[in-house]
Design a protein around this ligand. Structure first.
Ligand code: PEP
Ligand code: MG
Length: 758
């Protein structure tokens, strides 16, 4: 019989009839084997398939044939394939459907004699996936060479979703096998991603969006389910409307919500949901089935925009499931005491909104260690691992999770042994930090007597306690924009003055370099009107925005002048490209000084104005900028972004280029040499210097003032004390002249041979 993707005489689609029959088979009073055999028979007759087989995964990852229509029945339980073995194993391993009309030519093809399989030419295999775990594989091969139609593929995908659901819910297998599946779904797993913020956190998974509750697959009464679906959709639409109408939305969040709204009102989506309910599914199972189809369809879309919409649709489906369960949407998430937040992405402002005492770690699908959310996480001492979308799929709310921000690892449902190991590692890390704290009073001088200045980066009042603990010489970069990102509106000049005053007081006389608010790009506050920019990192941001809209900058300068009365005010401008931008900032600053003078206000005893060097243009004409400021600081995060033409917010581009590339290090050397030639003070405040090898490279090219995240200050100072700059400088000159690629391996070897401690 051929599969009819169209309509039956009663107006039902082929898939609907197929799923209805499957539902009846699952509901039948029968043992598990009979139910499975019924299913393979039903599927084989609906799809053009000579064979239909279901393989289930055992706890030892072997794929065992549980049921077949078309092969010898003796093969049941006798055929067992290793993970990755044969076409079935390949489907399981790749977690993706495999469709071919030349099965025997496929590299993974494996022939099993005596099972009645030969000579099969065409093959379609689909993984049975539940909660991100492969539970088995459904295959529908054919003897004839033929191509499967899109409708057939869609039908098999729908069947696979149902099989996975019923396998996990215990409706399909007997108790012992269900237990095996359950165990598999809850096996410990480990993922490797990118370490964005260091530290070890052990806690409970909390999804940024609450997960959908568990539910039944098959419904008793289609009319009731249709009514539930209508009601759920209605609630969903109201909640999305309310979200979109929030005036405080900005940038990415608004875009996502606008996409949500389009989908929430999409008639095609609603029709497909209704059709799925009519086939006998519960409203919840219908949502999941339609979403599985969406995922399969969009995953292959050529258009990147469409592919990216999968996540939006996932979120929306999840919201609909929660509406169906009668949950209140948008209530703030209540965090347990040891929360590990799992999210696709997160902006720096959102991270600051969580309860500091309860938030222990963050797991993100995307981001890199120079993302601003990572910068904020480091300030909060919250470990973050990113680039682990699969981990987010496989974790369940409330499960135990370890975030290893040192190695970039995520452990879900760790064994007791792993947990013990990590608890020790976490304690050891605090001990190490304590050891560095005991060295806080030691000088930052190299073995050959060269003095190095170790400053720290900060952005929150709470960071300031690290000054004493780390022995940092001061704050080399105070990111003032964090204050702008937390609130619901632009902070008033008086609020800013109070805050800067508090920071200076907490600094206890150590210097603090205030960087004027570096807004724009990914640092957009909710109250700022969203801007459409194709390349926000190269867009209207930093000093560009500040001089075009003095409404941001002038009150800030006024507040800084007032807060620094009687002491030295150090202020620097971000994202400088041209000398004229520095002149514009200076002019605004002079106006504010005059304003204070005219009103007889107390003034700073001295003023130092600086510029951040974070565009290649600024390096190239460094002398012009140096002539107009009192000091400069290299913002290596942005500078590397523009040097490598690699977005700092994207994990894929970030892992491609090592900042220790000889080319980039020589570019930094060029900046140091240029600054030296004109006698201008230059420091480095990019986050890369938290890596001791990168910090050593900076020392190697003659940089003598670094500003790094607080946790890196202690290790950096110890490195300085055990290093000889003359030897390092000579090694570096030679390495820069002779290395193609990264200096990392060579530098590591050199430092170890010299007994440097890092
Ligand atoms: C930099 O770009 O290196 C920098 C220090 O500034 P931010 O990370 O805040 O952009
Ligand atoms: Mg920057």
């Amino acid at each position: 019989m051929t599969y009819d993707g169209g309509r039956t005489p009663h107006g039902e689609s082929g898939i609907t009839v197929l799923l209805r029959r499957m539902r009846d088979a699952v509901a039948r009073e029968a043992n598990a084997q009979e139910r499975l055999d019924d299913l393979t028979r039903i599927i084989a007759t609906h799809v053009v398939a000579d064979v239909c087989s279901i393989y289930l995964r055992r706890a030892d990852d072997v794929l065992e044939l549980y049921s077949t229509e078309g092969l010898n029945r003796d093969a049941i339980h006798a055929i067992q394939m290793q993970w990755g073995e044969g076409l079935v194993g390949a489907v399981a391993k790749s977690r993706a459907p495999l469709v071919t009309d030349a099965a025997q030519d496929h590299p993974a093809f494996k022939y099993f004699p005596n099972i009645g399989e030969d000579p099969l030419q065409s093959f379609m295999g689909v993984p049975l996936i539940r909660s991100g775990r492969v539970l088995g594989v459904l295959v529908v091969p054919n003897r004839a060479r033929r191509q499967y139609t899109p409708e057939e593929i869609e039908a098999v995908l729908a069947v696979a979703t149902l099989l996975a659901e019923t396998t996990a819910s215990g409706e399909l297998l007997d108790a012992a096998d269900t237990e095996v599946v359950d165990e598999m779904l809850h096996q410990p797993v480990r993922f490797r991603g990118g370490a964005m913020a260091p530290g070890i956190a052990i806690g409970k998974a909390v999804f940024r969006e609450a997960p959908a509750p568990k539910h039944l697959v098959f419904a008793r009464d289609a009319a009731t389910e249709t009514a539930r679906l209508e009601e759920g959709l209605d609630r969903l639409r109201k909640s999305v409307d309310a979200m979109v109408s929030d005036d405080f939305l900005a940038g990415e969040t608004r875009e996502i919500l606008e996409a949500y709204r389009l989908f929430a009102y999409d008639r095609g989506w609603k029709e497909r949901l209704r059709a799925a309910v009519m086939s006998g599914l519960t409203a919840e199972a219908a949502v999941e089935r339609v979403q599985a189809e969406n995922r399969a369809r969009l995953a292959n879309a050529r258009d990147r925009y469409l592919r990216e919409r999968i996540d939006d649709l996932d979120d929306l489906s999840n919201r609909l499931l929660r509406c169906l369960a009668g949950e209140t949407l948008d209530a703030p998430r209540d965090l347990p005491d040891d929360a590990i937040i799992l999210a696709r992405f997160m902006g720096p402002a959102e991270l600051l909104e969580y309860d500091r005492l309860k938030l222990k770690g963050v797991v993100l699908a995307d981001g890199s260690d120079t993302s601003h959310v990572a910068v904020v996480a480091r300030a909060l001492d919250v470990p973050v691992v990113a680039g682990v979308a699969e981990a987010i799929e496989q974790a369940e709310e409330g499960e135990e999770i370890i975030v290893d921000g040192e190695e970039g690892l995520i452990h879900i449902r760790p064994t007791a042994e792993v947990l013990r190991g990590y608890a020790e590692k976490r304690d050891l890390r605090s001990e190490r930090q304590a050891a560095y704290a005991r060295e806080a009073d030691l000088p930052t001088v190299t073995r050959d007597g060269v003095e190095v200045e170790a400053f720290m980066n900060a952005g929150l009042a709470i960071d300031m306690q690290n000054l004493a603990a780390t022995g940092a010489a001061g704050v080399g970069l105070f990111r003032t924009e964090l204050q702008f990102l937390i609130g619901r509106g632009l902070p008033k000049a008086s609020e800013q003055e109070k805050f800067y005053g508090e920071i200076l007081e907490l600094a206890g006389g150590k210097p603090v370099v205030f960087r004027t608010a570096d807004l724009g790009s990914d640092k957009s506050a909710a109250y700022m009107k969203p801007r459409e920019e194709a390349n926000p990192a190269m867009g209207w941001r930093g000093v560009r925005m500040a001089v075009d809209r003095p409404g941001y900058l002038r009150p800030q300068l006024r507040a800084l002048i007032a807060a620094s009365a009687g002491s030295t005010l150090r202020v620097m401008a971000p994202m400088v490209t041209l000398a004229s931008e520095v002149e514009a900032v200076r002019a605004l600053f002079d106006q504010e000084m005059q304003y204070a003078r005219d009103r007889g206000k107390p003034l700073p005893s001295a003023v130092e104005i600086g510029a951040m060097v974070e565009t290649p243009a600024a390096v190239w004409r460094l002398e012009e900028i140096a002539a107009r400021v009192d000091f400069m600081s290299i913002g290596g995060n942005d500078l590397a972004q523009f040097y490598f033409a690699a977005d700092r917010e994207t994990a894929l581009t970030q892992t491609r280029f090592d900042p220790l590339e000889a080319g980039f290090v020589s570019f930094l050397k060029l900046s140091v040499d240029k600054a030296k030639a004109v006698g201008a003070p230059l420091s480095y405040c990019g986050e890369q210097a938290a890596d001791p090898l990168f910090a050593a490279a900076l020392l190697g090219v003659g940089m003598r003032r670094l500003s790094i995240s607080a946790t890196a200050v202690g290790p950096f100072r110890r490195l300085v004390r055990t290093l000889n700059t003359a030897e390092l400088g000579a090694w570096m000159d030679d390495a820069l002249a002779n290395t193609v690629g990264s200096l990392r391996p060579g530098l590591d070897k050199f430092l170890r041979s010299k007994g440097v401690d890092y």
